[in-house]
Design a protein around this ligand. Structure first.
Ligand code: ACO
Length: 403
């Protein structure tokens, strides 16, 4: 817990800090994490209170604008996001041109990036109204894009939004309605997805958010910056972990369902195998989000009348880890991703859709961080230094003279 607020101006002194383990890239007022105590707060509000009492768009407003909205501000914000849910015909066609089995994260990053070409009037990063327009457009289109990412894999058309419904409820309806059939959205499922999106909404300077800030620091527009964040999120050590967790649980199940045997492989670091969904750069305690997700997993499965053997395997893995010295000594606990995939699966999403759902949830955080950075007088273009370890000066050798 050290806070140093001095700007290193000298060009002769350089620090090396692989992975930025000890380097703060900025000051921020958005999200507070105490990794040792397992605390997470958005703008000062504890994550468990927000997950229990708030809604995703309200949390988005809080992260982006700094304060909880009044009732009028919230309904105006919700209505404005709702109004922008449709995407242009050309944009839909563009998303439809990717191979059906393309990974949805790649399609999503491309689609978010392409938004700038369809909305050139929303690109000026220094005009407040324009930035607010881009914010609303991103939140609205991200929902439509994510819904279509699911549908296009099943050869189904994108559905029109129903403006009378809430953000999450209509997202589920647009995603899972069969053509020409209405879909009854279960309130427990809506509530669970709302919670999951809230839990993912921001996590200070993680890999994707740092990416958004670095890209934005060159004054690239919001869509370009967020698209870069989506690509960072796609890696299995970051957002891709939720998909990897389900693959891991499925593999354990298919190999006879012996979690103990799998854990021996993890501890022996066989083929670099890791217990996916465990460990975190900042949390050296139980991730407070994981506790909420675990509870939610049980609620959703019970409501949908489903039993999932993979949930039993997950709980057994956790039980082993919490009592095993390998994990205790390294302070490895479940992170937010350990149980999320099981909920998404119960809702009807396939593993490839898990990380896009993470991206949908993280959208407000990326936007809030980008906006904070653009207003911060301390911001400079992100440009780390290096320690050069290559060849010293040498003379060019003509092709004919090379060995
Ligand atoms: N399973 C087994 N061992 C692990 C795990 C794991 N999941 N995570 C860390 N370790 C071990 C490492 O092997 C290392 O052991 P050593 O000291 O014997 O070499 C030690 O714990 C420290 O690990 P690092 O990789 O140095 O920790 P770092 O902070 O760099 O990594 C990370 C954090 C990437 C999240 C890591 O814990 C991991 O790979 N976890 C699995 C992937 C995952 O769940 N990612 C999601 C992160 S949360 C998110 O993106 C929302």
């Amino acid at each position: 817990g050290i806070v140093v607020s001095s700007l290193l101006k000298s060009t002769s002194m350089v620090t090396v800090d692989p992975g930025f383990m000890n380097t703060a890239s900025c000051e921020s007022q958005i999200t507070y994490i105490d990794g040792d105590a397992g605390i997470l707060r958005y703008r000062g509000y504890p994550i468990d209170q927000l997950a229990e009492k708030s809604s995703f768009l309200e949390v988005a407003y809080l992260l982006i604008h700094g304060e909880l909205p009044t009732a009028d501000e919230l309904s105006a914000f919700e209505a404005r996001v709702n109004r922008h849910t449709l995407v242009p015909e050309g944009f839909r066609t563009f998303m439809g041109t990717f191979p059906v089995k393309a990974h949805p994260m790649a399609v999503m990053a491309s689609a978010i990036n392409a938004l700038s070409t369809f909305y050139p009037e929303s690109l000026n990063p220094f005009d407040d109204d324009t930035v607010e327009l881009a914010t609303v457009l991103l939140l609205a289109k991200a929902r439509t894009i994510t819904s279509y990412l699911h549908r296009r894999r099943h050869g189904e058309p994108l559905l029109y939004p129903d403006y009378s419904r809430g953000y999450v409820e209509d997202f589920l309806r647009m995603t899972f309605s069969a053509p020409y059939h209405s879909y009854d959205v279960d309130p427990t499922v809506v509530d669970a997805l709302d919670k999951l999106l809230i839990l993912h909404a921001d996590h200070e300077q993680n890999c994707s958010t740092s990416t958004v800030r670095v890209v934005g620091s060159s004054h690239a527009n919001l869509y370009a910056s967020v698209a870069a964040g989506i690509n960072a999120l796609s890696g299995p050590l970051h957002g891709g972990a939720n998909e990897s967790v389900l693959q891991m649980l499925t593999a354990i199940s298919e190999n006879g369902g012996d979690p103990k045997q799998f854990m021996e492989r993890v501890k022996n670091k066989e083929d670099g195998v890791r217990l996916m969904g465990f460990g975190h750069r900042v949390y050296k305690n139980y991730d407070p989000r994981a506790a909420i997700v675990k509870e939610s997993a049980h609620a959703v499965l019970a409501t949908l009348g489903q039993q999932d053997e993979l949930l039993d395997i997950a709980m057994e893995l956790e039980e082993i880890a919490l009592n095993d010295d390998y994990f205790i000594s390294r302070k490895l606990y479940p992170n937010v991703d350990f149980y999320t995939g099981l909920i998404y699966k119960a809702m009807g999403f396939e593993p490839a859709m898990f990380t896009p759902l993470f991206a949908l949830g993280r959208m407000p955080g990326w936007i809030a961080q980008w906006r904070e950075m653009m207003k911060d007088p301390q911001t400079k273009i992100g440009r780390p230094r290096q320690i050069y370890t290559g060849a010293t000066e040498r003379n060019y050798v003509d092709l004919a003279n090379r060995p």
